[in-house]
Design a protein around this ligand. Sequence first.
Ligand SMILES: Cc1ncc(COP(=O)(O)O)c(C=O)c1O
Length: 389
Amino acid sequence: MQIYLDYSATTPPRPEAIAVMQAVLTQYWGNPSSLHEWGGRAATVLEQARMQVASLINAPAESIIFTSGGTEADNLAIMGIARQYSQPQHIIISQVEHPAITEPVKLLEQWGWQVTRLPVDTQGRVNPLELKAALRSNTVLVSIIYGQSEVGTLQPIESLCRIAHMHGALFHTDAVQVAGRLPIDVQQLPIDLLSLSSHKIYGPQGTGALYVRPGIEIVPLLLGGGQESRRRSGTESVPIIAGFGVAAELAAQEMTLETPRLIQLRDRLFDLLSNTPYLIPTGDQTSRLPHHVSFCLAYTDENNITGKTIVRQLNLAGIAISSGSACQSGKLSPSPILSAMGYTPQQALGAIRLTLGRDTTTADIDWTAIVLKQVLHRLIPKLTCASCS
Ligand SMILES: Cc1ncc(COP(=O)(O)O)c(C=O)c1O
């Protein structure tokens, strides 16, 4: 039995996306900037995908800039706003951002920018009052992740956005894990910039988008032929963008049925593992990504059982999950996300994440719970066998 429970890392491209990519590669392979018939056909496909992606977040098509993925969308949001200023200003992020945000922000810091990294509580949530207190007269951008990829916590994005606006700052959110799983409406939620990634919603890898509210200027990261309305140069990869478009449209159509199904499976897995000794759920248990289950291991011994140990053991049993710890130059380091939430380095090293998706069944969840308990029993001899059944 093979069970894939790593849908936050990537999702299998859905057949409809593969079919459209194949059609575009064979029939609509023109350069969308070319003025002839071939170019025109490719441009039509590109603009249709732009509308499909835009409607996933109820945005106008012209507000969507196609990028190479979520990482580039995040970089473009941070750098595209920051580079409008000739003098360093102040930017606010949280302590639980993805590296696609933290790394460009580090660079800004080296350029003399002031950076505030808002703390989070033990659930990984930013307190809107802390944002209010951190805003300064020169704060130009606030960027807070919508759904945290390691621990599943959803931020109170609407309050955070409104507070940023009250103080005249723009608001960006990385919605890579939320889009396609929860409704996002940028007409209701006055977000200025929002990042999306195709391969998290059953589209192909290598494309994504940055939504930029009409009227907001950004400085491009890539200079060249002026594609994407002069905001991202480089010939668009029409086949994969078309796959992204179809995936976005189908995610929007299927959300009303698929999201409650995922929530039910997620809660079932949490329930089945709830009394497992040493396994502590991480992240907010209510305000949470629908498909996301995460734990850390509160067990210390000389054998140093880490999340990676558990991932390897489950992999041997045919179950794919992920650990929350980063491996740098062969040395395990605790996740900065869990550290910011107050977990000890040892607990943070024991982080695991199981993320569910379209193909996940109740039988997968039940079997995974049994195997995970058996693995922990083997690794931790003190665990009573009652918890293995
Ligand atoms: C929250 C978040 N932001 C950004 C990214 C990067 O997206 P991409 O892989 O499309 O570059 C990821 C990918 O894991 C993510 O989970």
